[in-house]
Design a protein around this ligand. Structure first.
Ligand code: E4P
Length: 205
């Protein structure tokens, strides 16, 4: 399973790239706003940190299809290389995904809470869907189960779309989506730290 960092913080991303086998970066508007720097400057700097073989999944902010398409095109103009545009899988988002994928944009359908949303995003042309595991756990009860269902449906119907599980609050959720067969997961720097640490280990013992 590929593991990406979910962050907009330059030094956290740099430090993780240096120390762990990281497969890319995801961001969202809330994470970027937390850095208190202009959106365009921050997103460009994040892309520059990454070698081209590592993807950046960058999220748009617009609410309607026209606004989402405009922002997707801005991101495409600002960022060189390996970029996936994250679009929430709403009714308007699905319209944008359908149109942008016809124009060969690479799209990640994000804020996915149900398998039905995931299938619709895949049919509309998304290359990834991002189910929000912790939020599903909180609202309906089984985030990893939803991931497993989506992976099974994509395989059963031959969709090329992949599952990038997101929104984790503890290590157990990450292990559960691995067992559920998620192709990828995006993880906060704080949780990466916990995954990499063995609390009982003491040097010399
Ligand atoms: C995914 O790409 C999102 O940025 C993120 O995982 C959402 O997580 P949250 O539930 O912590 O906001």
């Amino acid at each position: 399973m590929k593991m990406l960092v979910d962050s907009a913080n330059i030094s956290e991303i740099e430090s993780l790239l240096d120390s762990l086998p990281i497969d890319g970066v995801t961001t969202n508007p809330a994470l970027i706003a937390g850095e208190k720097r202009p959106f365009k400057q921050q997103i460009k700097e994040i892309r520059r940190l990454l070698p081209d073989h590592l993807p950046l999944h960058a999220q748009i902010i617009g609410k309607d299809c026209a606004g989402m398409m405009e922002q997707a095109k801005d991101l495409h103009d600002w960022l060189d290389g390996n970029v996936w545009i994250k679009i929430p899988v709403t009714k308007e988002g699905l319209r944008a995904i359908q149109q942008l994928s016809k124009e060969n944009f690479r799209i990640t359908g994000t804020a996915v809470y149900t398998a039905a949303q995931a299938v619709l995003a895949a049919k509309a042309g998304a290359g990834y869907v991002a189910p929000y595991v912790n939020r599903i756990d909180n609202e309906f009860g089984d985030g990893a189960g939803t991931v497993k269902t989506i992976v099974g449906l994509f395989s059963m119907y031959g969709f090329h779309c992949k599952v990038l599980a997101a929104s984790f609050k503890h290590k157990g959720q990450i292990l559960s989506v691995m067992e559920a067969g998620s192709h990828e997961a995006t993880i906060s720097p704080a949780l990466f730290g916990k995954l990499a640490s063995i609390s009982r280990y003491r040097p010399g013992y």
